[in-house]
Design a protein around this ligand. Structure first.
Ligand code: COA
Length: 651
């Protein structure tokens, strides 16, 4: 079955995953039936969706009539009626194998023969679930993260018999509902995200059990030094300490003493009021920045990387899929493979070997794939190749935070691709843009555009989570803005959503800015005890009146796109449905315009602005003189006389 053949979707289960998936599918425009075993459950799920859609609309995150979204959802209690017309069924029933098998056996009987049968299980074998049917090739894992409305990731899991066609259609379906799929090519326990996340909590628990560091120190180190959104113990308190305990038990893995103790005392985390921290009689987490300076964070990260390497070596997932999974599914600040390439795979391997020698425990045993990379000299970014290629011996450099496309006509479109952080600028992203602009032959490029991925932001600024522990000499922010500002081709920022801080500065470093009406602009740095550091204060002063520039920088408030246009900060603020067309109109002039003239115009306008009038005029007349002798000028004049469009070649 093709993704275009999917018209009717049925979700089984109206609990937190079931109703969340139903909501996401309905928001994407599909007709969906939500089924649970009792009317009360279905009604409750339906009510939850109604509430959530209402909330999303209020917040401006969804631009649809809530009643219309709800009208696409039917509810049902009878299984056969619920699925008889379905092209895709997503099962989100409780995690019990016997129950799932019963359901899939019924699905096999009740659905039409082409229907895809997907399970949202997070822990059970797709292969085994599929044995309950006579069409295991049409059974697939489709693992959403909680809450589905907010979490962008979906793991698409192959059972042993799953056909490529089924997996590919499922993958495309996930894309069609605005989520990001990754392939999990083998049905391994924990799939990708939970497998790689495992050591985050596990190694931390061993370290605390041994007494090499305290719970607070480890959490502080992972959050404040390494940029994770939560510490391992904080995370464990949130998900429930018993969950990780049972996962280890089932996998036959040893239990760290500190975990055993918590489970024995029924201190399971937030849900029992006490876990590693006190929630009922205390204020929750108590760790602070600066507490974990001596914690050996590599011990945790080396195990995470090792787990990722095992998956790659076993053909379960690619480095890219793993990194996407960990960023979107677990909130990692960057993917573990990318991080490992920066740490040095030899450093990671040395740490594992050291731990293996010391403890003799298999959890430290280096994976074959990691060993082979290091043996082949592929030790990471410095070596030119590691998990990824950095333009070493072979091929192009891999970019982890941007996407780009260069058209034959010379339009270079750059997407800032960190939607999970509202495209916040981290060092990688800034380096990658600079590298791309520096290495793409200038003659191939006529114009550059920048935009953000996801539907919320151009960019919400510098990545605040990367600020912790950073030393002033390590900060290299100006290079990006300088490179963009001085780029010899016209640059245009396509702004749809938040355009803040460093993102705003990137937009100001561009020559032109077009925004959707619901975009917002601001310099929130002052609220962080900072000032814009990528040219924002200076460019704003030159572009706006003193009063307006200082209002933006001093107050840290956001202004809407209409005000930004009014103030002269952007070229156009347009409604959503006119955005692409307006951008196209600009690009038409920039991409097919006379390249040398555009280059000179940019240069004399930028450089002349900061000089007195006579020096500026001198720059202008020199450039004018040069242009008079170009082929482009001849072409422009001939085309005018011959009443045709000019074809400039940049000569
Ligand atoms: N750096 C790192 N992460 C950022 C970020 C930034 N500058 N801006 C947003 N994010 C992350 C959030 O932490 C959040 O991650 P989570 O889902 O893991 O919690 C995610 O992006 C979505 O943002 P969220 O804050 O939940 O969205 P919102 O609609 O409630 O608020 C903003 C949107 C832009 C108002 C808010 O994110 C914000 O104030 N960001 C910081 C802006 C800033 O100060 N920039 C200047 C930095 S110098």
């Amino acid at each position: 079955m093709n993704v275009d053949d999917i018209e009717r979707v049925t979700v089984l289960g109206a609990g937190s995953m079931g109703h969340g998936i139903t909501e996401v599918v309905a928001l994407a425009g599909y007709h969906v039936t939500m089924r649970d075993i009792e009317q009360d459950l279905v009604d409750e799920g339906y009510g939850n969706i109604e509430w959530s859609v209402e909330k999303l609309t209020e917040k401006g995150l969804v631009d649809q009539d809530p009643a219309e979204v709800m009208s696409r959802i039917d509810t049902e209690v009878d299984l056969e009626t619920a699925v008889e017309n379905a092209d895709l069924v997503v099962e989100a029933a409780p995690e019990k194998m016997a129950l799932k098998k019963d359901i899939f056996s019924d699905l096999d009987a009740f659905t039409h023969e082409d229907a895809i049968l997907a399970s949202n299980t997070s822990s059970l074998s797709i292969t085994e679930i599929a044995t309950a049917t006579d069409r295991p090739e049409q059974v697939v894992g489709m693992h959403f993260f909680n809450p589905p409305v907010k979490m962008d990731l979906v793991e698409v899991i192959y059972g042993e018999e799953t056909s490529d066609e089924t997996a590919e259609t499922t993958y495309e379906f996930v894309e069609s509902i605005g989520k990001t799929p990754i392939y999990v090519r083998k049905d391994v326990n924990g799939f990708v995200v939970n497998s790689v996340l495992g050591p985050f909590g596990d190694e931390a628990a061993w370290m605390a059990s041994e007494g090499v560091a305290t719970v607070e120190e480890i959490d502080a180190a992972m959050v404040h030094r390494r940029g994770y959104p939560m510490g391992p113990f904080e995370l464990s308190d949130l998900t429930g300490i018993d969950i990780g305990y049972h996962v280890r038990k089932e996998a036959g893995k040893p239990i760290p003493p500190i975990v055993q103790e918590k489970v024995d005392n029924d201190e399971l985390g937030q849900k029992t009021g006490t876990g590693y921290y006190e929630y009922e009689d205390g204020d929750g987490t108590t760790y602070e920045a600066g507490q974990g300076e001596d914690v050996d964070t590599l011990r945790i990260e080396a195990r995470i990387v090792n787990e990722a390497a095992k998956l790659i070596g076993n053909d379960v997932a690619t480095a890219e899929a793993i990194d996407t999974g960990m960023r979107l599914g677990a909130g990692f600040p960057e993917g573990p493979c990318r991080r490992a390439d920066k740490l040095g795979l030899d450093t990671v391997l040395d740490k594992l070997n050291e731990l293996y020698d010391e403890y003799g425990d298999e959890r430290y045993e280096p994976s074959d794939y990691l060993v082979s990379l290091v043996e082949d000299g592929k030790t990471g970014e410095d070596a030119g190749e590691g998990f990824y290629d950095y333009g070493g011996d072979s091929g192009e450099r891999h970019y982890s935070t941007i996407n780009y496309e260069l058209s034959e006509d010379g339009l270079l479109e750059i997407e800032l691709d960190r939607p999970e952080r509202l495209n916040a600028l981290n060092q990688d992203l800034m380096d990658e843009v600079v590298h791309l602009l520096d290495t793409t032959p200038k003659d191939d490029v006529r114009c550059v555009t920048f935009e953000g991925t996801g539907d919320r932001a151009f960019s919400a600024g510098a990545d605040i989570t990367g600020f912790a522990g950073i030393q002033p000499h390590e900060v290299e922010v100006t290079e990006l803005f300088d490179t963009v500002a001085k780029y010899p081709r016209p640059t245009l920022a396509k702004i749809d959503g938040f355009c803040l801080g460093g993102g705003h500065e990137l937009a100001l470093a561009c020559d032109l800015r077009i925004a959707t009406e619901d975009s917002e602009f601001g310099f929130p740095e002052i609220d962080l005890g900072l000032i814009p550091g990528g040219g924002g204060t200076q460019r704003a002063m030159r572009m706006l009146t003193d009063a307006r520039a200082k209002e933006l920088v001093f107050r840290g408030n956001r202004i809407d796109a209409e005000t930004a246009e009014d103030w002269g900060l952007i070229n156009r603020a347009v409604p959503d449905d006119e955005f692409d067309e307006t951008v196209e109109e600009f690009l038409d002039d920039l991409v097919y315009g006379a390249p040398i003239a555009l280059e000179k115009a940019k240069k004399v306008m930028n450089e002349g602005r900061d000089q007195d009038l006579s020096a500026g005029l001198e720059l202008e007349s020199q450039a004018f003189g040069i242009l008079l002798s170009t082929d482009d000028m001849m072409e422009g004049a001939s085309a005018f006389m011959e009443k045709r469009d000019p074809e400039f070649e940049g000569k």
